[in-house]
Design a protein around this ligand. Structure first.
Ligand code: FAD
Length: 445
């Protein structure tokens, strides 16, 4: 590898960071996982990405492609392999004001996007955290505060520039390489390095955003009423529910309903949010008019040794009452993980299941558990977590790739139903027959 690296060094547009160099420690870790790669390549141009991909392919080593570095599985780094860090490719450019067409570098974060679009009163349906990457979030879905009105992040994507496994640059859109365009909207990082995403952004104003809390003793009724209301609520409303937050008292913690009303009319916002206030005894209510950029939270880097174990699944209409009943019950246990439920439906469900490789359009809710703590504590809690998921199993389906801390065959099968997987595998054979891009929820060629 050393001589190939020397050749690469001659005209590489970007940084090459090796063990022992000052920057290596930060460059080798992703947000949630510490790695020890043989080298980190940080290309500054598309030509640099092409050279990096060809170099990585030539070494035969594991390749990680890092966008924002927030993968719960730690896909953005590895031990002994190559990391291509897209951090320098973070431009956000409005290329067509009239059409709200925005071109975003493959290594940009959602905070950068929100800040760049705010002066133009535009936004893209994305996630809830500024530091999360446009790359990872979009390629596997993107469930954020505008999801019921504008759909997943990938639903606003109209084209992408992709460096494939052989180092070629191709464009993917409805007209050009439509098979690749279908696959990158849900198929994760399996098909190449996306150096630029083109989105159609949405007009935005301030939003009404905040938290309404209810006593833990009312969890069952509040959750049931919440899910019923969201089935018919106006799509300007997106909402999440959380029980048993260990950071606010564990089992005794209030039920937290977060609401994001996409609009700045206070009368309309009250009309849409009030049915949630009437679900039980309101303890706190801080819903207020807020600029959209301010509702995105800043992510934090997990300190070394701290493990974050995330698992997710989708809930379809028939199972909603049973899952919410179990959720209220599980929340009252001392050993409960953080349990959160996000409303989906709305615009997400209007896109046909097979229009993109994201295959869980019919779900009403996305359910996730998160366990955080020192590694031995998280590991000790695994049997209890498995028991929770064992009880949920008959009532939930699939998994959301972006909220999974593991990547075994069962995970991949949960993300991609068989027909989706087979179609993805056919596209993989065309663009990455040697499976260079394998450090992800992997689709085998
Ligand atoms: C604090 C936090 C908050 C979150 N909030 C939300 C949320 O609100 N909604 C939601 O849907 N998800 C959320 N997520 C999950 C998030 O979407 C995933 O972790 C996602 O994978 C992060 O993308 P990334 O680019 O930051 O990560 P990375 O680790 O860099 O990448 C993740 C995967 O995508 C691939 N990838 C990234 N960029 C590219 C690219 N340009 N080209 C090719 N492949 C690429 C990588 O190779 C890797 O396989 C959150 C995660 C965290 C840690």
């Amino acid at each position: 590898m050393e001589s190939a690296l020397q050749t690469l060094r001659r005209d590489f547009a970007g940084d090459i960071i090796e063990p022992g160099e000052g920057e290596y420690e930060t460059a080798s870790r992703s947000v949630l996982v510490v790695g020890s790669p043989a080298c980190v390549l940080r290309p500054a141009t598309v030509a640099g990405v092409r050279a990096a991909v060809r170099f990585a392919a030539g070494t035969g080593l594991t390749l990680s492609v890092r966008g924002g570095g927030h993968s719960f599985t730690g896909f953005g780094t590895n031990d002994g392999g190559i990391v291509i860090d897209l951090g320098f490719l973070d431009d956000v450019e409005i290329v067509d004001v009239g059409r709200h067409l925005v071109r975003i570098g493959g290594g940009a974060t959602w905070g950068q996007v929100a800040t760049a679009l705010a002066p133009h009163r535009l936004a893209i349906s994305s996630g809830d955290t500024t530091s999360v990457g446009v790359g990872g979030l979009t390629l596997s879905g993107g469930i954020g505060w505008k999801v019921r009105k504008y759909g997943l992040a990938l639903d606003s994507l109209v084209a992408a520039e992709v460096v494939t496994a052989d180092g070629e640059v191709v464009r993917a859109s409805a007209e050009e390489n439509p098979d690749l365009f279908w696959a990158i909207r849900g198929g994760g990082g399996n098909f190449g390095v996306v150096t630029a995403f083109e989105f159609v952004a949405h007009p935005t104003t301030d939003v009404f955003f905040g938290r309404i809390t209810f006593p833990a003793s009312e969890a069952s009724a509040v959750l049931e009423g919440w899910a019923d209301y969201l089935r018919t609520a106006p799509e300007e409303l997106t909402s999440t529910a959380q029980v048993a937050n260990p950071f606010s008292g564990g089992p005794a913690a209030p039920v937290e309903i977060r609401v994001a009303f996409d609009g700045d009319d206070p009368v309309r916002a009250a009309e849409v949010v009030d049915p949630i206030r009437r679900l039980g005894t309101v303890l706190e209510d801080d819903v207020a008019r807020t600029p959209y950029t301010d509702i995105l939270e800043e992510g934090a880097i997990a300190p070394p040794g701290i493990q974050i174990l995330t698992r997710s699944a989708f809930v379809y209409r028939d199972s909603v009452p049973e899952v919410l009943r179990l959720l209220a019950e599980m929340g009252s246990s001392e050993r409960s993980p953080v349990i959160a439920v996000r409303s989906v439906g709305g615009a997400v469900s209007r896109v046909p299941d097979d229009a993109t490789a994201y295959a869980h359009r019919g779900a009403e809710l996305m359910f996730l558990t998160t366990t955080v703590g020192p590694q031995p504590v998280v590991e000790a809690g695994r049997p209890a977590l498995d028991a929770i998921w064992g009880r949920l199993a008959p009532h939930v389906r699939g998994a959301y790739a972006n909220f999974l801390a593991s990547a075994d065959e069962d995970d991949v099968a949960a993300i991609y139903p068989t027909r989706t997987y087979q179609r993805l595998a056919a596209v993989k054979r065309r663009y990455d027959a040697g499976n260079l891009f394998a450090h992800n929820h992997n689709v085998r060629p």
